[in-house]
Design a protein around this ligand. Structure first.
Ligand code: 5AD
Ligand code: SF4
Length: 431
């Protein structure tokens, strides 16, 4: 989502004579787009600002420095107090005002500037205000935000506080943006949202559309592949599961975070489902699309997590046989209900559990990749690979795929035979 927001910020600034540069010391404006989801991600920003301060001391450009994203939203003025080189702080809901904000920090005398913190939650539709035509930097595989914010309030998570309430963009806005992305070379569109499958909105025919309907209508455009991330199990409808069978362009990949395999922990997390509810969704989706690659997110060391709870998490990994998964140590976030819970888990226990979980996930990913050796697959080639005449792309199952070939093939979907599997990628020959 931050990648999408960064692209949009660049697009808004383009008509104001900004273009991107390769190094921070060449820039007139530096925006750090930040993440507040875990403490480690949030702290990164201060080490980055320290690095920028050193660059600035040797640089007479005096670039404007802005902190955007969820750390901006959550910490506001505190960022300027901690790091006075920052001129401007804003959150994910106000970046459409970027040109006006930059103008308002200018003073007649130039440097130093006025400081501005803009973290009010506006009651207008940000997406409606976003100017500039979409030309995603990733072009071939383009991101398209369809839904933002979250009303689920998982007890560990800051998103409902930083990204605000759940909103769905109307289908007309989404379709217009999809067409712009296709005109800019998109072969694949990745629909984005914190709870993307909670999307619900006005359709092109003014009737109410479900997320599955939105995907079906978008699949009628000149696009090869459609994906969506990230889904919540509670919003996984039968219609959406069935779409993986019915809509050919919808790729066989489902990112469905479970977070924990323990019913007790899931309840404390306020996730709203049990181990068995989650397994029913996976089984049902596999009935419709047996080859679907399932991916997930896990948190280890949630307050009160016992060894038995952790064993249940390992159990769900074994049952689902994830093709891929992200896993994290629980990180206590200010203002969340979980941060006030008792029985926080010691760091060394979290570290041990994370290692065990990641080793198990790695084993499954390796097995999943290995099962492709000798098979033929379709690959969307999206960039040059490492080295001369090397190409890199993605399988339908979102595996990284590498092969020899000519860069003129970038943007094409080719048929290839898998010759070798690695922990996180496949090696192929083009057929
Ligand atoms: N600590 C650790 N991981 C977290 N996530 C969200 N909040 C936290 C937290 N406080 C993880 C969840 C989510 C992913 C985006 O980040 O697994 O699915
Ligand atoms: Fe955070 Fe996702 Fe839970 Fe929303 S559903 S509170 S974004 S973890």
């Amino acid at each position: 989502m931050n990648e999408y927001d960064s692209e949009r910020m660049a697009e808004i600034l383009e008509p104001h004579n900004y273009s991107s540069v390769n190094e921070p010391d060449q820039a007139d404006l530096i925006i750090l787009n930040t993440c507040h989801i875990r403490e480690k991600a949030a702290e990164k920003i201060y080490s980055e600002l320290g690095r920028l301060k050193k660059i600035n001391n040797k640089n007479d450009k005096n670039p404007k420095i802005a902190v955007a994203g969820c750390v901006g939203q959550a910490e506001g003025q505190e960022i300027i107090n901690r790091s006075p080189i920052v001129d401007l702080v804003f959150g994910p809901l106000t970046y459409h005002q970027l040109p006006e904000m930059l103008e308002s920090i200018e003073t007649d005398k130039g440097f130093p500037r006025k400081k501005l913190v803009n973290i009010e939650i506006p009651d207008i539709d940000k997406f409606d205000q976003l100017k500039g035509s979409r030309k995603s930097l990733r072009s071939i595989s383009s991101l398209l935000s369809v839904q933002e914010g979250c009303d689920k309030f998982c007890s560990f998570c800051v998103v409902p506080y930083t990204r605000g309430v759940e909103i769905s963009r109307p289908a007309s806005q989404i379709t217009k943006e999809a067409i712009e992305l296709i005109e800019n070379g998109a072969k694949e569109i990745i629909l984005l949202g914190q709870n993307v499958n909670a999307w619900f909105g006005k359709g092109l025919d003014e009737s109410d559309w479900t997320f599955a309907r939105l995907i079906r209508e978008l699949s009628k455009l000149e696009i090869e592949r459609i994906r969506y991330i990230t889904s919540h199990p509670r919003d996984m409808t039968d219609e959406l599961m069935r779409s993986h069978k019915d809509i050919e362009k919808l790729q066989p990949y489902l990112h469905l975070p479970v977070q924990s395999g323990s019913d007790k922990v899931l309840k404390e997390m306020n996730r709203g489902y049990t181990f068995s509810d989650y397994m029913k969704i996976i089984d049902k989706t596999r009935e419709y699309r047996p080859d679907i690659a399932v991916s997930g997110d896990f948190i280890v060391g949630f307050p009160g997590e016992t060894d038995k709870d952790f064993q249940d998490t390992l159990k769900i990994v074994k049952e689902v046989k994830y093709a891929h998964a992200y896993s994290f140590k629980y990180s206590s976030r200010p203002g969340t209900p979980a941060s006030l819970m008792e029985n926080h888990i010691e760091e060394h226990v979290k570290t041990e559990r994370l290692k065990i979980l990641q080793d198990l996930i790695k084993e499954h990913t390796r097995g999943f990749n290995k099962s492709f050796v000798g098979k033929e697959i379709d690959v969307l080639i999206d960039k040059p690979g490492n080295g001369e005449n090397r190409l890199s792309g993605r399988s339908a199952y979102l595996q990284s795929v590498h092969m020899d070939g000519n860069t003129s093939m970038i943007g094409e979907i080719i048929r290839a035979k898998v010759t070798k599997s690695r922990d996180n990628s496949l090696e192929c020959v083009i057929l």
